[in-house]
Design a protein around this ligand. Structure first.
Ligand code: DQA
Length: 153
């Protein structure tokens, strides 16, 4: 198998990590998180991308699907998780496995965060482990690619 490519896609406000509510999201910046992933998975060719904009994130998903070399997507959609039917439809429209990740445990927070409109169309969900959520997300994609022990329904 050649080099595996994984898209790590972050949505609105995740550019503010490090400064933003560190008691909830930790003190690492998004660059720190991405650097940690690159160090932990040297065999993976990462595409790290963040946007505040729903449409740009959707276009990025389609590009990843169309370029043919991407194996899967680790997605922290931020607040879009809770209401973006457009993002959900985009995930549903592509064949790439998408793993939904969150730094915080969205089920242990405010009521409005306990609904994810994207979970149903994602391959799985990892929520509540801080930066480790991203690392587990990458591992999940690697498992999907190797088709090991991850039942699809
Ligand atoms: C988040 C949780 C969301 O509810 C929130 O809007 C975020 C970050 C997380 O990583 O814990 O922006 O996705």
């Amino acid at each position: 198998m050649g080099t595996l490519s994984i898209l790590v896609l972050n949505g609105p406000n995740l550019s503010r990590l490090g400064k933003r509510e560190p008691e909830i999201y930790g003190t690492l910046t998004l660059d720190d998180i991405n650097r940690g992933l690159a160090e932990s998975f040297p065999e993976v060719a990462f595409d790290f991308f963040q946007s505040e904009d729903e449409g740009v994130l959707i276009e990025k998903l389609f590009q990843a699907e169309d370029n043919g070399s991407c194996s899967g997507v680790v997605l922290n959609a931020g607040a879009l998780t809770h209401y973006s039917i457009a993002l959900r439809d985009a995930i549903s429209a592509i064949k790439l496995p998408v793993v939904e990740v969150h730094l915080s445990n969205i089920y242990a927070r405010e009521e409005f965060r306990r609904t994810s409109v994207i979970s149903e169309v994602c391959r799985g969900v990892i929520s509540g482990f801080g930066v480790t959520s991203y690392h587990l997300g990458v591992r999940a994609i690697l498992e999907c690619v190797q088709e090991k022990d991850v039942p699809s329904d």
